[in-house]
Write a protein that binds this ligand. Structure first.
Ligand SMILES: C[S@@+](CC[C@H](N)C(=O)[O-])C[C@H]1O[C@@H](n2cnc3c(N)ncnc32)[C@H](O)[C@@H]1O
Length: 251
């Protein structure tokens, strides 16, 4: 009798924004051309908004840190990098990159008020069902004069089109990772930060066009070598899709 053919397990299909997707994609975080490639580009741009620490061992709290992609871009800036995330498989990788990790929810962080010189919330708020609570936590953690940096997706039709309908068909964004109902209205975010004492200034950003097309082309050709240069994130006039925020806490 012939052996039965091996049965391959189809990838499980999870609801949009289900955090278990990050476990299924755990091997992708640190692949420069992998499903999270664009997070590397964004981490570089976010870190560029963070100045060197003004005192030894100042804390930078990275909410929704994932696998710690921000870490290499903070090297030499003098912060103690603490990462908070729900996903154990991502935190294990963050720890391996020098991040002190805490498994927990960004809406209830077990750290003291005013402990942080910098709070970062990169590509997090659009994944949190109650983003206002995550913003309140971010602002609570900041010491007076501390800096909040973030990037997220706007709650617009254009953002749904670009980030979900188009983006999730490209290799730059994993399919099903977003639930567009959670996208964050830019004006509401500024107002919420102001309510918690942080004057947030926004600017629209996008991946540079030429570099992204070249990146997609090289990746599509797939000769197995990582692409030579990752695309830059550049400012753009409109905040209608992807935007960065930067602001200090008063006091
Ligand atoms: C798109 S990834 C961004 C990761 C990282 N900030 C980066 O830019 O590389 C979103 C991350 O947020 C985490 N996350 C989602 N909801 C969260 C919550 N309520 N509290 C903490 N982490 C959360 C996920 O586990 C995932 O690691």
């Amino acid at each position: 009798m012939r052996d039965a053919a091996p049965v391959s397990t189809p990838p499980r299909v999870l609801p949009p924004n289900d955090p278990r997707q990050y476990d299924d994609l755990a091997g992708e975080w640190w692949r420069p051309d992998g499903a999270f490639a664009m997070l590397h580009w964004l981490a570089r741009a976010r870190a560029a908004m963070v100045p060197p620490a003004s005192e030894r061992d100042a804390l930078l709290v990275d909410l929704g840190c994932g696998a710690g992609l921000l870490a290499p871009h903070l090297a030499g800036k003098g912060y103690r990098h603490i990462g908070v995330d729900l996903t154990r498989s991502a935190l294990d990788q963050a720890a391996a990159h020098g991040v002190t990790v805490i498994q927990g929810d960004a809406t209830a962080v077990p750290l003291a008020d005013g402990c942080a010189a910098v709070v970062s919330a990169g590509e997090l708020l659009e994944h949190v069902p109650n983003w206002r609570r995550a913003v309140a936590e971010a602002c609570r953690l900041l010491r007076p004069g501390g800096l909040l940096v973030l990037d997220t997706l706007n709650d617009t039709l254009l953002a749904r089109l670009v980030a979900v309908e188009l983006g999730e068909r490209l290799p730059t964004v994993p399919r099903g990772i977003h639930d567009p109902r959670l996208f964050v209205d830019a004006r509401a975010l500024v107002a919420e930060c102001a309510r918690h004492g942080v004057a947030l200034r926004l600017r629209g950003v996008r991946p540079e066009l030429g570099g992204t097309v070249a990146w997609l082309w090289r990746r599509w050709r797939g000769d197995g070598r990582p692409t030579r240069r990752e695309p830059r994130i550049v400012p753009t006039r409109s905040t209608a899709v992807l935007y960065q925020g930067r602001g200090h806490r008063s006091g």
